[in-house]
Design a protein around this ligand. Structure first.
Ligand code: ATR
Length: 280
């Protein structure tokens, strides 16, 4: 709060929105740093998105987070896009710079930061194998390509979507679409395996996106699915001696990077993590 007791608003636009833990995490971070912001979730129906985006300027909000189902459609309401948002084709964070609305994507960069901090992987030395080619795959693969991964291979149930994604990434690092049939060889040569598919998500926790016997101890295995308990993929990977990385870090760090874009300050990451863990 400033000396007059005023707060600047930061919003979250999504639909539905009641389950989101971002308000808890961001408000704890603003309070801990003594910053004059407050974070409020708004349930925005798709047909109201344009009006909601205009309200960012009208109400003098500092910005918003954008979540499902608005991450693609919000782009048409903005003045500028960051290189990552352009490459990913989606926005999760908007910053209001004196009336100019700038779209960013911190899902991918947040993911990479949590991956590198938690596993100590070196991306320029990493052969990366990504399972899936949907929105989440685009975000994490684009961020890894922009940060100079050695090679990215994409395997997807619908091969055409895998090829499209590999083509987009190809400008930034060697990238190719590969086939499920070749998984045994691909996994044996990979350094990092990332599951971005919904296989293993609640309520199908026993499902696993590849035969577990392909996993080996030289792999880092990362699963974007966040369950309070480990996914079966991570459990099978750990059992075989692989290093594992779960989906919670991506959520914390996408929030931390958005916090920095709005405030210009480092985010209190450990406090944000503890706030989320104690709410689960
Ligand atoms: P998100 O935004 O979470 O990435 P999405 O864009 O719907 O969600 O993408 C879901 C991904 O999981 C896709 O790659 C999808 O494969 P298709 O492109 O073939 O649809 C993948 N996926 C979902 N269910 C799957 C399953 N049972 N087996 C393999 N892949 C699956």
């Amino acid at each position: 709060m400033n000396s007059n007791g005023h707060l600047t608003l930061i919003g979250l636009f999504g639909h539905p929105i009641h389950h989101s833990r971002s308000p808890l995490m961001q408000n704890a971070a603003f309070r801990a740093k003594g910053l004059p912001y407050t974070y409020v979730a708004f349930d925005v129906f798709p047909e109201q998105l344009k009006t909601a985006a205009e309200s960012i300027r009208i109400l003098g909000m500092r910005g918003v987070n954008v979540t499902i189902p608005h991450k693609v459609d919000i782009m048409a309401c903005l003045d500028e896009l960051s290189p990552a948002a352009k490459l990913i084709g989606a926005v999760n964070t908007v910053v209001n710079e004196k009336g100019t609305l700038i779209g960013h994507n911190t899902d991918g960069s947040g993911y990479v930061r949590s991956l590198l901090e938690e596993t100590r992987l070196s991306l320029p030395d990493a052969n990366v194998l990504v399972l899936g080619a949907g929105g989440a795959a685009r975000a994490v693969a684009a961020a890894m390509a922009l940060q100079g991964a050695k090679r990215i291979q994409i395997v997807n149930r619908t091969p055409e979507k895998g090829r499209e994604l590999a083509e987009r990434l190809g400008t930034f690092c060697p990238a190719e679409a590969v086939s499920y049939q070749d998984l045994p060889e691909l996994v044996s040569e990979a350094d990092l395996l990332v599951n971005t598919t919904s296989v293993g998500m609640h309520p199908n926790e026993q499902e696993i996106p590849l035969p577990p016997d392909l996993l080996h101890e030289k792999l880092v295995v990362s699963d974007l699915i966040y369950n309070p308990r480990q996914t079966r993929l991570l459990w099978e990977a750990a059992k075989r001696g692989a290093k594992t990385h779960g989906g919670l870090g991506m959520f914390i760090y996408q929030g931390a990077e958005a916090f920095t874009l709005w405030t210009g300050e480092d985010a209190p990451v450990e406090l944000m993590r503890k706030t989320i863990e104690s709410s689960l």
